[in-house]
Design a protein around this ligand. Structure first.
Ligand SMILES: C[S@@+](CC[C@H](N)C(=O)[O-])C[C@H]1O[C@@H](n2cnc3c(N)ncnc32)[C@H](O)[C@@H]1O
Length: 283
């Protein structure tokens, strides 16, 4: 197994779409510091320390209620994805667990049952940075590819089943792009589970400045889901369901979670339509 060079700092370019991985990573670091009963993964803090990136603005906001809520969002999403992966692996212990738009997220490793295969897919520069920080472990494979270029799917061995998940990624894709990925996965893998988070129209409107800062002027084309039944026509036969992103899996049990955080979580799930979508496809 390759050893990471723990002295080398990895540079992340400001203003790039790839920079989007910093926010959830920093959020998970902050969450482990502030809400340790809810979320105790310290790996994000270790990774942040190894990045050549100016965290001063994020550090300056770390005490704000709203930034802490943002940290909760990053952590809850990871816990939700873990729930879905572990659930799938109970029935398919040799499955491929595929992290689409992985950034520096290590969710598959956290779900490793000793027999599954783990795949991390992202753009080449991110995979290069990842390889320097997190060398592949046993049964883990990094794939440097644009998710819209379906050649990455050729590298996934789904013979033992497959669960594909995207955390904080499909907001930046058009609905047509996400539909094309989902249909291609269904065609190629037959039986599989696909899990991703979405926001509704209000959420997309609230995120418009973020989209624009990443050069997406046509943010109104980005995927948003008001009602999960909209996705049923994508794959005939798929069982499509949704749960609240903030409170649909866990009740955010931590003494540091304030009443305002809970209020924002309910608002997020109900009004902003923050959801975790699950599509169970049978071949
Ligand atoms: C908000 S970050 C989320 C990272 C990770 N999923 C997490 O939860 O920490 C979005 C990630 O999607 C990746 N991404 C965006 N567009 C992509 C594309 N077309 N193909 C592959 N990866 C993409 C970015 O490089 C980035 O790592």
């Amino acid at each position: 197994m390759a050893q990471a060079d723990t002295t080398k700092k990895i540079h992340i370019e400001q203003g790039s779409v790839q920079e989007t991985l910093i926010i959830p990573l920093y959020g998970r670091k902050l969450c482990a510091e502030v809400f340790p009963r809810l979320y105790n993964d310290t790996s994000a803090a270790e990774l942040c320390a190894r990045l050549d990136y100016d965290f001063s603005e994020l550090d300056g906001n770390a005490n704000s209620t709203f930034w802490r809520f943002g940290a909760l969002e990053a952590a809850m999403r990871q816990l939700d994805m873990e729930w879905e992966i572990k659930d799938y692996l109970t029935l398919h212990p040799h499955a491929a667990v595929v992290n689409m738009g992985c950034g520096l997220d290590q969710t598959p490793r956290r779900c490793d049952n000793g027999t599954c295969l783990m795949y991390n897919v992202d753009m080449p520069d991110i995979i290069e940075a990842r390889a320097g920080l997190l060398p592949e472990v046993d049964r883990e494979h990094n794939i440097a590819c644009d998710l819209n270029d379906f050649r990455w799917m050729d590298e996934v061995d789904g013979s033992g089943g497959a669960i594909f998940f995207a955390a904080g990624v499909f907001h930046y894709f058009t609905a047509a792009q996400v539909q094309a990925i989902v249909c291609a996965l269904a065609d190629r893998f037959g039986s599989c589970r696909i899990v991703f988070d979405t926001i509704g129209k209000l959420g997309r409107f609230l995120m418009r400045k973020t989209f624009k800062s990443f050069g997406m002027e046509n943010y109104d084309e980005c995927l948003c889901v008001e009602d999960v039944s909209e996705l049923r026509s994508w794959c005939p036969g798929a069982i499509v369901s949704a749960r609240g992103y903030m409170l649909g899996y866990y009740d955010m049990d931590d003494p540091a979670v304030t009443g305002l955080h809970r209020f924002l979580a309910r608002l997020g799930d109900r009004r902003v339509k923050m959801q975790i979508i699950r599509m169970d496809i049978s071949g």
